[in-house]
Ligand binder design. Sequence first.
Ligand SMILES: [Zn+2]
Length: 270
Amino acid sequence: MATLVSFHAHPDDECIATGGTLAAAASAGHRVVLVLATRGEEGEIADGVMELDESLSDRRVAETARAAARLGIARTEYLGYRDSGMVGTPQNEAQECFWQADIEEAANRLAEILAEEHADVLTVYDENGGYGHPDHIQVHRVGVRAAEIAKTPRVYEATMNRDAIKRFAITHQAEARDRGIETPFENPEEITMGTPEADITTTVDVREFIDIKRAALAEHASQVDGNSFFLAIPVEIFRDLFGQEWFIRRGSSPFGQDGQPARETSLFGP
Ligand SMILES: [Zn+2]
């Protein structure tokens, strides 16, 4: 059995990008460790979910513990940086935010956990952090450096399949509009998030774990309430869109020796 460390920027990120992969790994008997750079202090709060005396960071830590329990995560750690907020906001400049962190120092914090856990596999984000959030870009930079320091053998950049999202948007846009559900993708041609399908090395089929993934995501109620796109869409559509998780394995190619696409289906090798 192997140890997988999954590195993320904010509570709830672990569910959308990697929740099925983490649940599948834990269910197969691997040790799964979650590391979060921040407590998500700048997240937008869904209406009516917070108690008056509650801080958002405490709330998100509690939500993460419940989501982690659903996914089978054995250990959760926080690197202790502050959420940098969306790109271009003044929070990007705060001294203690993750975006301003010294890469080497942050990487050393993560590398310590990787070494302690004898991690076989690390997941980070693609170099644009999926969609350009400063903390997500920083997860890529810090994670890649930490794996170098700790000599972690397999490093995967979690990403989204841009072509699959475009296909989804074309197929389901009208239906979503009819149901009054706002989707994050209006014009399929303008979608720039994620990675073109041709550059993806690894696709993990997580449909078997889709209910766990959705239930874990729903634990993050301060961020994702029943009206949010993720939980408002019918379960069949959720399965279509989130039933596969995509990764770019560093140092690997999406093509086999014969030049044909040859995608891996697991982070743990054949
Ligand atoms: Zn995030």
